[in-house]
Ligand binder design. Structure first.
Ligand code: AMP
Length: 584
């Protein structure tokens, strides 16, 4: 692990992509089969492979408790070190250095420990995951840390907290694998897409078996994402001459796998959510195909789609009661077919053939041929509403129609496009006029007033600066969440507080919120250089990772786009009161 950390350090020290690739390729090519997949997954910045839904469940409190117990330094040593760098990995390394200095000053011997290799670190991560409860997790983590020198500890913590940040995009890691084992980059990418596991891909590249990668049922594939677009003429120019237009449904994205009588549902962040939607699962169990659907789960009753707030009542409930299922029934709106039974395989082990490379038009044709039992005749499925357009005017009309149906916008798709898992490609564009929300991460919270006295109900949130990867604050809002949600979030923020400044406290930047606002203005009130007029929390986005929040570049683009209308929207004297917390 020490060698891995040294390579990471060198990769981080250069901004040149080609140098990063060579450094990685040199290192990866020397690894044995047992170490290579672990090294690759760690370089992807994860303790476990992406398709592996395990999480270690280590939060700030557990990490800082373990560091304090190990070093016997005061608990705030870590908070102070964190304030200096805003990097937990660096902060932990700093505190370990301090502890070593104290030992040296007292003439105490260095502890004799065997440094962990990659496999030992992977084993420790698995043990932290299975350990029940924070104290047991802290023990496992402290054991691991005790064996690490500061540099290694720094990278162990960076991986554990998902904040590797050494300027390594997935594409670069794939390029390094191609170079290390002299394989075509296209073959590496294809295998990566199918396995969803860079470790497994690395092994296949090493063994020259990339062609054998197959789509695995009951292992979620990454979801294809859409690129935002506003201008109808540009959209048609990009996707035309004919573009497909689908409603953009406001539910939650889900992937449905089925084979035999086994059915599983996965969320956008690749977690198994099968238990949450028993009616969809029961409806799918009686069908007769083997394959993978992509779609959106929506609340739907008496022939009408219910608003997202209704669906929210269903979210997070592992086993919804009959009463809640009757109050908020759900359907699965399918819009894509990613795999279908491989007719050549009759073995007991279910196998499906990937359809990702086929054009959308063919995938849709096969999807329609499945004849899913539709909701309007008592089934639990629907197909996305689809029309073809061949001019900007027709697209504008479709957009206005969607708005009249109270739809937030449209998805415009190229019928010739392939399905690219995990990519925000140009094959799918999401058309939303005047972006009315930003996805931000909460960096600070404050106790509320009046009815909200005693709960952490005021949130300060930030966007990401792409150039420096720093989080820059953009606003503060009183939540639009329910009392139950506020109470749950208060408990979470209590457990993930980093530092306190009177009523205001900084918190671990993990909670993604969708913020609605009227206007963006340039202002030095927040360190992003922008602030929002009438910001309000539209909803929590537990399905979004903090890495996916909006960037300062998006804010800049929205700001310039809104310049025109800003004058009419801002009415003097409507500035909201309330003290701003320190910029986080
Ligand atoms: P956003 O969450 O704003 O990035 O928008 C993309 C999301 O829209 C996808 O992840 C889906 O959850 C959702 N969506 C709704 N309707 C569709 C559709 N017809 N095709 C693809 N995605 C859709």
């Amino acid at each position: 692990m020490r060698r891995w950390s040294e390579v990471a350090e060198r990769v981080s020290a250069t901004t040149r992509t080609s140098v990063k690739t060579h450094l990685l390729a040199d290192y990866l090519s020397t690894l044995e089969a047992g170490q290579l997949p672990i090294a690759a997954v760690f370089f992807a910045g994860r303790p476990f492979a992406e398709v592996d839904s395990r999480t270690t469940g280590l939060g700030w409190a557990t990490i800082s408790g373990a560091v304090a117990a190990l070093t016997r330094l005061p608990a705030d040593a870590l908070a102070e070190a964190y304030d200096r760098s805003s990097d937990l990995g660096l902060a932990v390394a700093d505190v370990l250095e301090q502890a070593a200095e104290v030992r040296r000053a007292r003439g105490l011997p260095e502890p004799m420990v065997e440094p962990p290799n990659l496999a030992a670190v992977a084993t420790a991560f698995a043990e932290i995951e299975t350990a029940g409860g924070a104290p047991a997790k802290a023990d496992r983590f402290a054991d691991l840390l005790a064996r690490c020198d500061p540099l290694t500890a720094r990278y162990v913590v960076k991986i554990l907290t998902g904040e590797l940040r050494i300027g390594l995009k997935e594409g670069l890691l794939e390029a390094a694998l191609a170079e290390a084992f002299e394989r075509p980059i296209g073959a590496v990418k294809r295998a990566g897409m199918l396995t969803g596991d860079i470790g497994r891909t690395a092994l296949l590249a090493r063994e020259d078996r990339l062609d054998s990668a197959v789509i695995a049922l009951f292992h979620p594939l990454k979801f294809m994402l859409a690129t935002p677009a506003e201008n109808a003429t540009e959209i048609i120019a990009r996707l035309g001459p004919t573009a497909w237009v689908e409603d953009k449904y406001d539910g939650i994205r889900a992937q449905l796998h089925r084979a035999g009588r086994e059915v599983r549902l996965y969320s956008r962040d690749l977690h198994d959510i099968t238990g949450q939607f028993p009616e969809v699962v029961a409806g799918a169990r009686d069908l007769s195909w083997t394959g993978i659907l992509d779609g959106e789960v929506l609340a739907y009753r008496d022939g009408l789609v219910m608003p997202f707030v209704a669906l929210q009542k269903r979210l997070g409930r592992k086993a919804p009661s009959a009463a809640i299922q009757a109050e908020v029934p759900v359907v699965f709106v399918a819009f894509d077919l990613l795999a279908l039974a491989d007719p050549a395989v009759t073995a007991a082990e279910p196998r499906a053939q990937a359809l990702l490379d086929r054009p959308l038009s063919e995938r849709r044709h096969l999807l329609e041929a499945l004849a899913l039992p539709l909701a309007d005749v008592g089934g639990s499925f629907a197909l996305s509403h689809l029309v073809s357009v061949d001019s900007a005017a027709a697209l504008e009309r479709a957009f206005n129609d969607a708005r009249l149906r109270r739809n937030e916008g449209l998805m415009v798709k190229d019928p010739a496009s392939a399905y690219s898992p995990g990519r925000r490609g140009l094959g799918w564009l999401k058309m939303k006029k005047a972006l009315a929300t930003l996805d931000c991460v909460v960096v600070g919270v404050e106790l509320g007033h009046g009815k909200r006295h005693g709960v952490l109900s005021d949130y300060t949130f930030a966007v990401r600066d792409e150039a420096t990867d720093r989080l820059l604050t953009i606003g503060k809002a009183y939540t639009g969440l329910t009392d139950v949600e506020i109470a749950e979030m208060t408990a979470w923020f209590e457990a993930h507080t980093l530092d306190r400044f009177g009523r205001y406290r900084t918190v671990e930047p993990s909670v993604v919120v969708e913020v609605a606002f009227d206007v963006i203005v340039r202002s030095n009130r927040h360190n992003s250089g922008f602030s929002l007029r009438f910001p309000r929390i539209a909803r929590l986005r537990p399905d979004k990772d903090p890495a996916e929040i909006d960037t300062t570049a998006t804010v800049e683009a929205v700001w310039s786009g809104l310049q025109h209308g800003a004058e009419q929207l801002v009415t003097a004297g409507h500035e909201r009161g309330g003290r701003e917390g320190p910029a986080g």
